[in-house]
Design a protein around this ligand. Structure first.
Ligand SMILES: [Zn+2]
Length: 111
């Protein structure tokens, strides 16, 4: 039987890290406490775009983490959302918020 507590702890850790990152990105984009001079403003705009896409990725991952936590509670965590087969623990170790087995993930990627 896979170690549910171990993965739950990892997911909660990730969740905390992601929430903190989203907060930090938000603050960066709003330039709190910063006064940019003329030469810095163009760079800042470019930075904002990078930060925004990073923020979106982080938020998407956070949603996946929350889903994974729900899947742990409902006992679905170790099974592929698509084909119902068991997801190898090594994969979950690498990608704790993965909801698909390697085969299904690759299939979706190529579609
Ligand atoms: Zn599958």
């Amino acid at each position: 039987m896979p170690d549910t507590a171990h993965f739950k702890a990892r997911l909660l850790q990730l969740k905390q890290a992601h929430s903190a990152r989203i907060k930090a990105i938000d603050q960066d984009i709003r330039h709190e406490g910063m006064t940019a001079d003329w030469s810095e403003q163009a760079t800042e705009r470019e930075n904002d775009e990078v930060l925004e896409s990073l923020g979106v990725t982080t938020e998407q991952e956070l949603a996946q983490i929350n889903l994974a936590l729900k899947r742990i509670e409902s006992g679905e965590y170790f099974f592929c959302d698509e084909c119902g087969e068991e997801i190898p623990e090594a994969r979950l170790e690498l990608l704790p918020f993965s909801t698909l087995c390697v085969r299904c993930a690759e299939k979706l990627e190529h579609n």
